[in-house]
Design a protein around this ligand. Structure first.
Ligand code: SAH
Length: 196
C-alpha cells in the first residue's frame, strides 16, 4: 500500500473552520457511531464514572450518550461553532471561560459539569491542563490529523491516558491514491508503530 500520495497533505485550521461555516461536515453522524455501541463494553470494561476523552470532537453525539451514562466527558475542538452547536442541539445549558494556560483558548462546560469542551488546538493541551483519561474514543481524530503530525498526536495521546485506560480507534481502509483525505488512510502497521 502506497500512502506516499497523502504524506505531504496539510489541512489547515482555517480550512476546518471553513468546513464548519459551509456546513461541509459529512463526517458528523447524527445518530452516533455504530462501532461505539458495538464496542462500548470494551471501552468501559466494567468500570463506571470514567473520565473519557474525545480528541477532535466536532459535535459528536456520543459525548452526550456517555455523559448520560454517568461518565465525565472532555473534548477538544478548534471550531467554536461546532462546540456551540453541540450544546444547543442537545439543549444543554453551558458556561464559557478562558483557559489561563492557553492563550486564546476557551472551555465550554455544561452547567451540570459533566461535559467540558476545550476550544483550541489539541496540540495546546497537556495532562497538566486536562488531567489524564480512563478511556478515549478516537473516531475522525487520528485519521483527520495531518499525516506529518501523527507522531506528535500519538505521543500526546499516550501522555493523556492513565495506565489502565482503554482506547477505541476507528480508522478507514481504502486506496490512498484514489482519495486525498481527510479521512486519511492510516495503515495498521503505522498504528502499531505509533502506539506500540
Ligand atoms: N470526531 C468528530 C469530528 C471528526 S472531523 C466526529 O466523529 O464527528 C475532525 C474534527 O477535528 C473537525 O471538527 C475539526 O474542526 C477538528 N480539528 C481539526 N484539527 C484540529 C486540531 N488540531 N485540534 C482540535 N480540533 C481539530
Amino acid at each position: 500500500s502506497d500512502v506516499g500520495s497523502q504524506k505531504e497533505r496539510v489541512v489547515t485550521e482555517e480550512e476546518w473552520l471553513e468546513k464548519w461555516e459551509m456546513g461541509n461536515i459529512g463526517f458528523h453522524k447524527e445518530q452516533g457511531h455504530p462501532l461505539l455501541q458495538k464496542y462500548l463494553d470494551v471501552l468501559l470494561n466494567g468500570r463506571s464514572g470514567l473520565r473519557i476523552f474525545f480528541p477532535l470532537c466536532g459535535k459528536a453525539v456520543e459525548m452526550k450518550w456517555l455523559a448520560d451514562m454517568g461518565h465525565s466527558v472532555v473534548g477538544v475542538e478548534v471550531s467554536e461553532q461546532a462546540v456551540k452547536e453541540f450544546f444547543s442541539e442537545h439543549s444543554l445549558p453551558y458556561c464559557e471561560e478562558p483557559v489561563p494556560e492557553i492563550s486564546g483558548a476557551k472551555m465550554f462546560q455544561s452547567t451540570s459539569g459533566n461535559i467540558s469542551l476545550y476550544c483550541c488546538s489539541i496540540y495546546d493541551l497537556s495532562s497538566s491542563i486536562v488531567g489524564k483519561f480512563d478511556a478515549v474514543w478516537d473516531r475522525g481524530a487520528l485519521v483527520a490529523v495531518n499525516p506529518r503530525d501523527r507522531q506528535r498526536y500519538a505521543s500526546l495521546m499516550i501522555n493523556l491516558v492513565e495506565k489502565n485506560s482503554s482506547y477505541l480507534l476507528v480508522t478507514v481502509s481504502y486506496d490512498p491514491n484514489k482519495h486525498k483525505g481527510p479521512p486519511f488512510y492510516v495503515p495498521e502497521s503505522e498504528i502499531k508503530s505509533l502506539f506500540g
